[in-house]
Design a protein around this ligand. Sequence first.
Ligand code: F7E
Length: 320
Amino acid sequence: GQDGSYLAELLLNKGYEVHGIIRRTSNFPTTRIDHIHKDLNLYYGDVTDSSCLSRMIRQILPDEIYNLAAQSHVKVSFQEPVYTSNSVSIGTLNILEIIRDIKEDLDKSIRFYQASSSEMFGKVYETPQKETTPFYPRSPYGVAKLYGHWITVNYRESYNIFGCSGILFNHESPRRGETFVTRKITRAATRIKLGLQNKLLLGNLDAKRDWGYAKDYVEAMWMMLQKETPEDYVISTGETHSVREFCELAFNELGLNYRDFVSIDPIYYRPSEVDLLLGDSHKAKTQLGWTPQTSFNDLIRIMIENDLQLAEKEKFYASR
Ligand code: F7E
């Protein structure tokens, strides 16, 4: 996924040997890593398949494991709750069990990063949300992430495993999947600009998110695993914006008014929504020295620039 590709780049730049698992699909799911493919060791696998996972991890005996595996689409998690729970919750437990066994059998410690999510805050108890804010998930995805979070904490406390949970708020980039709202907007706005599409259907425009740049966020994952003691950290920008504002700025960037193109389709509403997320990353700043480097406006600009090029290519091929 998006984060795996940025994290792999970061680790390769630091001189790591990087191993990754990919799920089998009928097409190669590797477009995000094609440029570094030759430097990676890739295996077919799945976090829900514990025997395959165990064989692989025992063979590699890595120093660090980053668990970014998930069915990560919140709306889809209402349609596929069991699959989502298996990949997000049991997938995490499967990895922790292997780490626990390897520690006992071989006296080898493996540091573990768990991708926790701001979705766990859901119907928020307080704003801004920080590490001590109680959780109230609002989707099967959020509930499953909560399990992954607590089982990581539990294995840290029970078996002295070096496990960190990064509670990451929304993070976007040109590599973001096209059904997440930011990328859906930047893809549509640029295609509309070039006459390849004429409208954009969205759901709840009033939802507010704390959106950062994925490339900045993978740095925080790595930083957590370099600390002397394992802890959990909120990673966010400290700014919140509505989906409507995102639309407005993205279309403005192209000299367009979003009101002329965006319509509401209730099909994109969720059975229960997370209305507002806003993170407080004070702990990450003071203890890890991590701060976000990319502003909201710059993030939109980076995504629009990339998607404009994609749309130009598409137009070129369509006209041949
Ligand atoms: O939705 C609203 C939607 O799907 C953001 C995942 O990475 O971040 C992500 O979860 C907001 C929601 O992300 C559309 O109702 C309106 O309020 O981009 P999203 P998400 O649900 O916040 C967290 C941190 C994760 O961990 C997740 O894995 O936008 N919205 N109209 C829409 N959303 C989508 N997808 N499509 C629409 O048409």
